[in-house]
Write a protein that binds this ligand. Structure first.
Ligand code: G4P
Length: 190
């Protein structure tokens, strides 16, 4: 088990067979020392892909993506879920959330990712991969290259993993969950 899996077992809570609560250290109350370890791990794993930008979606992905960008010494871009009036040339796409059963728009400034940029996508969770598909579309619209995807927690039993494998993107999940049964987490490599 790595440092994140240990922390999830210590401080996370399995709410159901599909939902894990990690808001005491990852996506509400945020542990900066843990984010530092996560950033180090992702940057080590993906450095040979030579990313020129790190991309995430607000809000849960920002902390781990920020630390990854810091270690890679490249800018962080986070796609927004509401269109700010200050954006000059926004590009956008629609994302369907199965969890919330609704479609929302994600957007970013066109210049945030330049044609040819090598983009590393980092997020807190990979579930059904709908948010990832939105990001994939934004990167395509920017004529950039998706050079890797890093997820803190992957719920491997949902559809996102097979989509990423099918597409052949380099991806790495620090805490891949095979299943959650009776409050216990079974890790993918176990
Ligand atoms: P998908 O993008 O992979 O298809 O995922 P889905 O629509 O099912 O989930 C979307 C939101 O739910 C994401 O946050 C994601 O981080 C979160 N999420 C998914 N599974 C879990 C889980 O087991 N536990 C927790 N705590 N969150 C989960 P979001 O709506 O984009 O919100 P946020 O990043 O602003 O918090």
């Amino acid at each position: 088990m790595n440092f994140l899996q240990e922390r999830i077992e210590k401080d996370g809570r399995v709410l159901s067979e599909r939902v894990l609560k990690v808001d005491h250290f990852l996506n509400h109350i945020v542990d900066p020392a843990l984010m530092d370890q996560i950033g180090k791990a992702f940057s080590n794993y993906f450095k040979d892909e030579k990313p020129t930008k790190v991309l995430t979606i607000e809000s849960g992905g920002i902390a781990p993506a920020f630390m990854t960008a810091l270690y890679l010494n490249v800018p962080l871009v986070y796609a927004k879920k509401a269109l700010p009036s200050t954006m000059d040339h926004p590009i956008s796409t629609e994302v369907y959330s199965f969890t919330k059963q609704k479609t929302y728009t994600i957007c970013m400034e066109q210049e945030a990712i330049a044609p040819g940029d090598r983009v590393l996508f980092i997020d807190d969770f990979l579930a059904d991969g709908q948010a990832f598909k939105g990001v994939e579309d934004l990167i395509t619209q920017s004529n950039a290259i998706l050079c890797g995807c890093g997820f803190c927690i992957e719920k491997s039993f949902q559809k996102g993993r097979s989509y990423l494998l099918e597409k052949g993107y380099p991806f790495y999940s620090l805490a891949p969950i095979q299943k959650m049964v009776d409050g216990k987490i079974y890790w993918l490599e176990d």
